[in-house]
Design a protein around this ligand. Structure first.
Ligand code: FAD
Ligand code: DLZ
Length: 506
């Protein structure tokens, strides 16, 4: 009889496609899942995230047991401090002679695992995470020799590789990208259907009680916990999206909406990121919906670009450029995070809405994260590390491989433009154009200085002015800089002085 192996499954790897699980021999091997303090506390995770992961782990472990696997489950109350300690205890209690793990999604844990084998005294095999659609080697090959790593070209290769939305090798409809159709601002054009809730079952209720008790200071209002915790329920949620929201997803992808935290977004990042949904399957399902004429091509392409394009691309950037990537700070942004990031207590309506729902629900859609909260942090020069730590803490779907490139790279342009060809900086006019928050706001997006002026406006010009040298090297910023430079110096001074007063008030 061969020596049994210990298969460690992390909380964000709850998938039958997990390569470590795929290797498991149910007659011989031991599967370990562990709720541990180190992972639960390395940032102040949103309570929704902890409940989702612990409850999904408990359901997943039960399923594996029902399938005949031998499962060791370490609940949080056992007080095991780290994943390594959980492995050590299981090795001591069993005959396992090797540990097998699918690679973790964060550099922090991946580098710690390098010393596990000598520390545990057994071989530790770390397998590449085949749940992603672009391997590390593939991304490195794609990136090598390129001056610019633009998502669009990577995305086209992924479409070709997986045969998604192709017609005889060419993009369906004749264009690769329908982004220009996906920027309509919200003016209450149609009804937004209410989201179907998943009622917490007894396992989830038990976890909610545990998390309320053990994580009293973390963000997250658990009376509103309605997430799926099994693959079957996550699939149902996604099917609801395909039937009721996908048709409007493309059109209102960039809309900022006073009356809905979700608009027509899919709400699946938390499931994709922990393994309850598979990225290629959701793309194929959306393509099928288009082929059955249940949505437009721009809706289907807009969705598929996010999953097959952006999601794989940001992961590629992360592993290509870490650990140096985490130290970048193009604009030397170091202003402390204002306290309203942890309370939502600000008079800026768009920020208040986006931050409050982020704290309470652990969710904000892309334009809230990028063009409201991220844009504010960029313009105000908020400390890059503090902003990244905030994003990692508040969202249910946050893991560093996806959070860091999006925050430091896309939102804060702290990575010297590795990801984005120009900073995503915008004034209050953009926010007004994209939605209806300004109507309920005490600030006026048409005013730049003086009582009632929208702070985004003066901060925008302050940002352009203080980084004029850097922005001047970017052809795409030429027009904006020229606009700023041709303004009357007295007017420039008054805008800058007003921005300074806004910054001081933070
Ligand atoms: P939809 O709008 O319905 O999009 C469908 C799917 O596409 C998402 O579920 C997601 O898996 C994928 N996707 C879309 N945009 C991106 C992107 N830029 N990067 C990676 N995947 C993408 N996403 C995370 O999963 N975790 C994070 O920690 C995270 N942090 C972010 C921080 C900032 C500053 C920004 C600007 C974006 C961040 N994103 C993050 C990306 C994106 O905002 C979320 O994936 C999306 O809002 C999740 O909501 P949804 O499932 O309704 O997405
Ligand atoms: C995020 C998280 C939390 C809150 N708790 C656990 C845990 O108790 N056990 C576990 O295996 N994983 C947890 N995780 C997810 C890990 O932090 C994640 O696997 C790494 O950050 C790598 O992506």
């Amino acid at each position: 009889m061969k020596t049994p192996r210990l298969i460690l499954i992390l909380a964000d790897q709850l998938s039958t496609a997990n390569p470590a699980l795929a290797l498991a021999d149910r007659k011989r091997d031991v599967i370990l899942l562990a709720e541990v303090a180190e992972e639960a506390t390395y940032v102040r995770h949103n309570r929704h995230k902890i409940v989702l992961l612990f409850s999904a782990m408990r359901h997943f472990a039960k399923d594996l047991e029902d399938q005949g696997f031998s499962v060791q489950y370490v609940p949080f109350d056992q007080g095991v401090s780290s994943l390594k300690d959980a492995c050590r205890k299981t090795l001591d209690a069993t005959d396992c002679g090797e540990v097998i793990i699918c690679e973790p999604g964060e550099y922090r844990l991946s580098s710690a695992m390098k010393s596990w084998s000598p520390e545990l005294g057994v071989p530790v095999a770390v397998l590449e995470d085949s749940r992603f659609l672009a391997s590390h080697a593939q991304f490195e090959t794609w990136a090598s020799g390129r001056k610019q790593l633009r998502m669009e070209y990577f995305y086209r290769d992924m479409r070709r590789q997986y045969g998604v939305l192709l017609d005889g090798g060419e993009p369906c409809g004749g264009k690769w990208n329908y982004d220009s159709d996906n920027r309509v601002g919200w003016r209450g054009q149609c009804d937004i259907p209410p989201r179907p809730d998943v009622e917490p079952d007894s396992i989830t209720q038990e976890v909610i009680a545990l998390v309320n008790d053990r994580f009293p200071d973390n963000p997250g209002d658990l009376s509103q916990f309605r997430l799926a915790v099994t693959a079957a329920d996550a699939k149902k949620q996604f099917e609801w999206f395909c039937d009721h929201a996908l048709a409007n997803f493309g059109t209102y992808q960039d809309a900022l909406v006073e009356e809905s935290p979700w608009v027509f977004h899919s709400l699946i990042s938390m499931y994709l990121n922990c393994g309850l949904l598979e990225p290629l399957a959701v793309c194929r399902q959306v393509e099928e919906a288009w082929r059955q004429e249940r949505c437009s091509l721009s809706a289907a392409e807009g969705f598929i670009r996010q999953v097959l394009g952006w999601r794989e691309y940001v992961r590629g950037i992360y592993w290509l450029l870490m650990p140096e990537y985490a130290t970048r700070n193009t604009f030397d942004a170091r202003r402390p995070l204002p306290s309203f990031f942890w309370t939502g207590d600000t008079d800026l309506r768009c920020l208040e809405k986006a931050i409050t729902q982020s704290l309470d629900l652990g969710y904000a859609h892309h334009i809230q994260r990028l063009m409201v909260i991220g844009n504010f942090a960029l313009l105000a020069g908020l400390d890059v590390d503090a902003v990244c730590a905030w994003y990692l803490a508040v969202y249910v779907d946050a893991y560093e491989w996806v959070e860091l490139p999006n925050t430091a790279g896309m939102a804060l342009h702290a990575d010297n433009g590795a990801m984005a060809s120009k900073p995503y900086a915008a004034s209050g006019k953009y926010i007004q154009k994209q939605g209806n928050h300004c109507k309920s706001c005490r600030f006026n997006p048409s005013k730049t200085t003086g009582e009632g002026a929208c702070p985004f406006n003066s901060l925008y010009w302050h940002f352009v002015d203080r980084h004029a040298d850097y922005l001047g090297k970017n052809a795409r910023m030429g027009l904006i800089l020229a606009n700023w430079r041709k303004r009357d110096p007295v007017e420039q001074d008054s805008i800058k002085a007003w921005a300074e007063s806004v910054l001081e008030a933070l």
